[in-house]
Design a protein around this ligand. Structure first.
Ligand code: ADP
Ligand code: MG
Length: 696
């Protein structure tokens, strides 16, 4: 393999390439846009475009594309060749500043919610200079934002960039009040841990549910699951290791700092974590990671499943969104330092995050609501649907001391001693790890763990950034009017901790009594996506987004409609897949096994007058009883699906799928899974959980 430092970022038009290839004043102007979020100077566009094109052609590119993130969970691209005809029947390779800055894809085929009816179908993509362009598959990829002709966001990136701006604006304002004269921009950095499953391609191809729905919709548990916990951090299988190595190399070429890889808890489950970077770049990188996982898996005879719950009964996959706020001067505002109890800046930040999370629990829950994630949240190893914040016991004591105006005693950092002379003694972290909290403080960042593995993490970050920006604004309003600044600052911290103490929970989030306790505390518990989507248009939520200039009422309404629609479509596909599999594959297979049994009974009786056919008869009886149940469940499911489809209102339709169709899907599954355990292996038409999870 090539020298990794040379390979790393070799396909990216990054800062180093820009510095080498652009005239100095153009480079400086572009850097100001990238680092300080300053408006781009249109005069430099032609020069940048030309340099990008020359560089991309050297890397083998013949085309360019505006790469964007419409609201349907994928990324979109339309490739344009650089060619431009010249007299004499020849072409030259051209790429203008205008083409770099603006694209005009037909917006009418992308989800736009109510916007489609009220606005023109035309949409624009606009270059996002803060995320680097790169070359892959002979094409120059230019990250872009996507808006309608009238400026409504039609993508996930636009609100993200607006929320980052809001947080920076309000963050800088607050920092200035606190006496920081240097800071010009506040940034959020995120590190996204990505979980995924791998499955053998041939086995995958034999399962319609994996093909159409991305997850299994039937399947009795295998005799072995994850109970031995022997997969977590276990040795990596050869084929999987080869896949991971190739994935790393491809990602490194794209400047993605893939760092950590390991086996996860469930059999055939794995994780990849890159090193964190600015939110905008990190999200674009995560989208590339997901697409490379899929394509590289295929080269190894595997399929990568990014679904949140590919298999019932074992862990699902999530995406941990590690989030922190920093300044352009290199300060991490969530760093507690040695003495957090005396660190006013940190305490103010902690207070702001607690208040933001408490006030907008519903929006955070909504930001991870997804038909796939519904199968995971509250399940094995996944955070429950209740939002709370883990601070660790030390910080909890600090918070309580401040609320009760007591002095914080503090617990001295203790030494870790293995009791082996040759092993070094080191200072322990003051907080233990917590794995059950949906939103955990982990040293110098918060880790939002409810995000689903298939999701674009933009919206969860939009909610976080916007809610925190709004709290910052409120703090600043108070501090600006303060007569006694220090006393006001102290009061803000104390009052905020007191008002939002209920969101802090350091116990076991998976315990059954936590749900009861959460209810007593008045925390919201939105059980499924449809319930969560409804809260989008609560007046307080619309007001938040409008106040911070992140989304308009119209944009929110259209997004809500898209969410309902998308949810209904997913469950409809799942129900349709189950109906197809049950009617055409499973029931016919069971019928022929029943026939085998019946014939067996007959043949035995023909040969032996006193032949004992009790076992065959018992099995046949149980199987036919269960077949009857499955058939009735199937008919009910068909009727409920038709009834849901007949609902005109998108919200009612989604609700019908969630409340009427899903329970019948479970009912059908329960019967089919039972039949699987009674049917001979030779007769069962589907690859089993044992095959899917253990044959890698
Ligand atoms: P875990 O124990 O949950 O696996 P790690 O320590 O491996 O966590 O880190 C998880 C992710 O958090 C990595 O992507 C890492 O780069 C990222 N991370 C670390 N510090 C920060 C920070 N200040 N802001 C954002 N992400 C961070
Ligand atoms: Mg983590």
């Amino acid at each position: 393999m090539k020298n990794i430092p040379d390979l790393f970022g070799s396909m990216v038009f990054n800062e180093e390439v820009m510095r080498r290839r652009l005239p100095q004043e153009v480079f400086e102007s572009l850097s100001r846009t990238i680092e300080e979020g300053k408006e781009i100077d249109p005069a430099i566009a032609d020069t940048v475009a030309n340099a990008m094109k020359e560089w991309a052609i050297e890397k083998g590119a013949t085309h360019y594309t505006h790469w964007f993130q419409p609201l349907n969970d994928i990324t979109a691209e339309k490739h344009e060749a650089f060619i431009d005809p010249v007299p004499g029947g020849k072409v030259v390779m051209e790429f203008s500043g205008k083409e770099l800055i603006k694209g005009e894809p037909d917006a009418s085929s992308f989800p736009s919610g109510g916007l489609r009816a009220t606005f023109e179908a035309r949409g624009y993509t606009a270059w996002d200079p803060a995320s680097y362009a790169f070359v892959k598959d002979g094409t120059l990829y230019i990250p872009t934002a996507f808006c309608s002709y009238t400026g409504e966001a039609l993508d996930t990136k636009t609100p993200l960039l607006r929320s980052l701006d809001a947080l920076s604006r309000e963050g800088v304002r607050l920092m200035r009040l606190l006496g920081d004269k240097e800071v010009k921009r506040i940034t959020t950095t995120i590190g996204i841990e990505q979980e995924y499953f791998l499955v053998d391609k041939e086995l995958y191809d034999s399962r319609k549910d994996l093909i159409f729905a991305g997850c299994t919709l039937f399947g009795a548990p295998a005799p072995k699951g994850q109970e031995l916990e022997d997969h977590y951090f276990g040795p990596i299988a050869t084929r999987v290791g080869e896949f991971m190595a190739e994935l790393d190399t491809e990602l490194w070429k794209l400047g993605i700092p893939a760092k950590t890889k390991h086996n996860e808890t469930a059999p055939a489950q794995h994780e990849l974590a890159p090193i964190y970077t600015t939110a905008n770049r990190s999200i674009d990188q995560n989208l590339l990671i997901m697409s490379y996982m899929k394509r590289i898996a295929e080269r190894h005879g595997l399929v990568c499943l990014l679904h949140e719950k590919p298999y019932a009964g074992v862990n699902g996959s999530g995406k941990h969104n590690n989030w922190s706020i920093g300044t352009d001067t290199g300060k991490n505002l969530l760093k507690p330092g040695k003495t957090p109890a005396e660190n006013k800046l940190f305490l103010l930040m902690l207070a702001a995050v607690l208040r933001a999370v408490d006030d907008y629990q519903d929006l955070l829950r909504l930001s991870v609501a997804h038909a796939g994630n519904d199968r995971r949240l509250g399940g094995l190893e996944a955070p429950p649907a209740v939002i709370s914040v883990f601070t660790g016991e030390d910080l909890e004591e600090v918070i309580d001391a401040i609320i009760n105006e007591k002095t914080y005693q503090g617990c001295a950092a203790s030494k870790m001693n293995f009791g082996i002379p040759s092993v070094p003694v080191f200072t322990k972290d003051t907080t233990d790890r917590n794995r059950t909290s949906p939103f955990a403080f982990t040293g110098n960042k918060f880790e939002f763990r409810m995000v689903g593995s298939s999701q674009n993490v933009s919206f969860p970050n939009v909610v976080l950034n916007t809610a925190v920006a709004d709290v910052f604004a409120d703090f600043s309003d108070r501090l600006e009017k303060a007569e006694d600044f220090d006393a006001t600052l102290k009061a803000i911290i104390k009052e905020t901790f007191a008002a939002h103490r209920r969101i802090v929970f350091n116990g076991n989030g998976y315990a059954a009594d936590w749900e009861k306790e959460a209810k007593r505390r008045g925390l919201s518990n939105l059980k499924n996506s449809v319930e969560a989507y409804r809260t989008f248009t609560a007046e307080k939520n619309i007001a938040l987004f409008e106040r911070q200039g992140v989304m308009s009422r119209t944009e929110i309404l259209s997004r809500q409609e898209i969410l309902f629609e998308h949810y209904a479509k997913i469950v409809h596909i799942e129900a349709g897949t189950m109906i197809e599999m049950a009617s055409r594959d499973i029931l016919p297979a069971v019928f022929s096994y029943e026939k085998d049994l019946a014939r067996n009974i007959e043949s035995i009786k023909n040969v032996l007058d006193d032949g004992d056919t009790m076992p065959e008869e018992e099995i046949l009886r149980s199987l036919t009883t269960e077949t009857g149940k499955a058939y009735r469940a199937l008919e009910e499911l068909k009727a409920a699906t038709d009834a849901a489809l007949a609902e005109k209102d998108v919200c009612e339709q989604a609700a019908a799928f969630a409340e009427k169709v899903l329970p019948l899907m479970s009912k059908l599954r329960a019967s089919v899974d039972k039949m699987e355990t009674m049917t001979a292996s030779y007769a069962w038409p589907l690859a089993t959980y044992g095959d899917l999870l253990f044959r890698l």
